[in-house]
Design a binder for this molecule. Structure first.
Ligand SMILES: *Cc1c(COP(=O)(O)O)cnc(C)c1O
Length: 388
């Protein structure tokens, strides 16, 4: 028989990273010791006290059963307390917080909760690919907001045509930003909240990198803005903050109608986060500040090594105030893809072409500093030897 997959799968863009992956294997097969600066996944391990909490929680039979869909009340309370401590805003754990199987899950399912076919979704370009896939799976229409260097990689909301704003249902923002490493201050969030309230648009903020920050920088929450609760949700993840990408746990906070809508999709799709992991996540949220500081100091040292090396090579880049990504301009005469390909083939170093995050990423590459300093220096030396 002939198998025809759903047409919506055909609407996803070709996966640029798959080609890069194929090339990486080809280079490795030649015996090259490939260094990867491609992955947005912390190499630093989950702190011991969190692993210990999971071990204990795993022993309890009560945790072996189906969890509550929306998360343990104690987990939601820990998330709300963390927000209070970190941002000075309070949420009702019962109605304004929901546990997620990693924030990617919530981000993807959120579109199902709020987007009808034909609705416009405002999506940053370049951006985390899941905003677009969620939109596409729900039959939404993407309107891309270019993130340009001259605007500090912030979207220019004032440039959105009136008829687009009128039809738009949802705006995605993400600061500290993946892939550009840019940050936004409270005045940007104020503008975004005003824009959304004026146009009846739901504001979804992806705050995955709030705690990976340097030089004293403290990322704000959209909920530090007055009236944000009328239109917004914020997605938070333990993945980057506590080096817990493999654990799959995050949460959403914000407008209770929106949180309940996402909860309804989840009730009908998944059965929540393993309670043992939720208990470990409570331990993380209640106790992590010392390890956090230490991990950020490690990333900062790597950032300084890499930024210095890149500038030395003539590749322009800002030293990011947050995230573990460096967004660097490709040299003249290259595209994102051709530069990444040359660096992989001839230097054995994997870097991510900016165009893989959308057309707006063309002309840039993303380097992830999730490997040790010595390997970073080695990667930089190999790129230097290419004599670009
Ligand atoms: C890593 C990442 C996420 C998702 O993290 P989870 O592991 O699913 O919690 C969400 N948004 C951005 C921008 C990310 O880089």
């Amino acid at each position: 028989m002939q198998i025809n997959l759903a047409k919506r799968l055909g609407k996803l863009p070709p996966y640029l990273f798959a080609e890069l992956d194929r090339l990486k294997k080809e280079v490795q097969a030649k015996g090259v010791d490939v260094i990867s600066l491609g992955i947005g996944d912390p190499d630093l391990p989950t702190p011991d006290y969190i692993v210990a909490a999971l071990k204990q929680a795993a022993e309890k039979p009560v945790n072996h059963r189906y969890p509550d869909y929306e998360g343990l009340e104690s987990f939601r309370a820990a998330a709300a307390n963390w927000y209070q401590r970190r941002f000075g805003v309070s949420f009702d754990p019962k109605t304004e917080v929901c546990a997620l199987i990693g924030s990617k899950e919530g981000i993807a399912n959120f579109s199902t909760a709020v987007i009808d076919p034909g609705d416009i979704v405002l999506i940053p370009d370049p951006g985390y690919p899941v905003y677009f896939s969620g939109c596409t799976f729900s039959g939404g229409e993407a309107y891309f907001l270019p993130l340009r260097k001259q605007n500090g990689f912030l979207p220019d909301l004032g440039s959105i045509p009136l008829e687009v704003a009128r039809r738009a249902k949802l705006l995605w923002v993400n600061y500290p930003n993946n892939p550009t490493g840019a940050v936004a201050d409270l005045s940007f969030f104020k503008t975004a909240v005003e824009f959304c309230l004026r146009n009846d648009i739901i504001l979804a903020h992806d705050l995955a990198y709030s705690e990976i920050a340097y030089d004293g920088y403290r990322a704000p929450s959209v909920f530090e803005v007055d009236r944000a609760r009328e239109c917004a949700v914020e997605f938070h993840s333990l993945s980057k903050t506590f080096s817990m990408t493999g654990w799959r746990v995050g949460f959403v906070v914000g407008n209770p109608t929106l949180v309940a809508g996402l909860g309804k999709v989840k009730t009908n799709t998944d059965s929540g986060v393993f309670q043992g992991i939720q208990e470990a996540a409570i331990a993380a949220l209640e106790g992590g500040d010392d390890t956090l500081r230490q991990y950020c100091a490690t990333y900062k040292q790597r950032r300084d090594v890499m930024v210095t090396a890149l500038r030395d090579l003539g590749l322009a880049c800002d030293a990011p105030k947050a995230t573990f990504y460096i967004w660097a301009e490709v040299p003249k005469g290259y595209t994102s893809a051709s530069f990444s390909e040359r660096v992989l083939k001839e230097a054995g170093v994997v870097i991510t072409p900016g165009s893989g995050f959308g057309n707006g990423g063309e002309g840039y590459v993303r380097l992830s500093i999730t490997i040790g300093t010595e390997r970073l220096k080695e990667a930089a030396a190999r790129i230097k030897a290419l004599k670009l």
